[in-house]
Design a protein around this ligand. Structure first.
Ligand SMILES: [Zn+2]
Length: 66
């Protein structure tokens, strides 16, 4: 089982390609939020799906549509 703690995930910025570290709350199965890139400060649209059965986190990053 997942602990209720935050998990750190690696994401790649769709704007500049830099790696960012993000903290995820695994207690919410589907999440969508915007986080600014730590390098180029552009908004990254994060879409997360928590797979409880395989205890994995699927991350989909996109450029935010303005
Ligand atoms: Zn960036």
């Amino acid at each position: 089982m997942f602990a209720a703690d935050l998990r750190d995930i690696d994401i790649t910025c769709p704007h500049c390609g830099a790696r960012n570290l993000s903290s995820v709350d695994p207690s919410v199965e589907d999440q969508e939020y915007v986080e600014d890139c730590q390098v180029c400060c552009a908004p990254i649209l994060m879409h997360l799906h928590i797979d409880w059965q395989h205890e994995s986190i699927q991350v989909d990053v996109r450029r935010e549509n303005f």
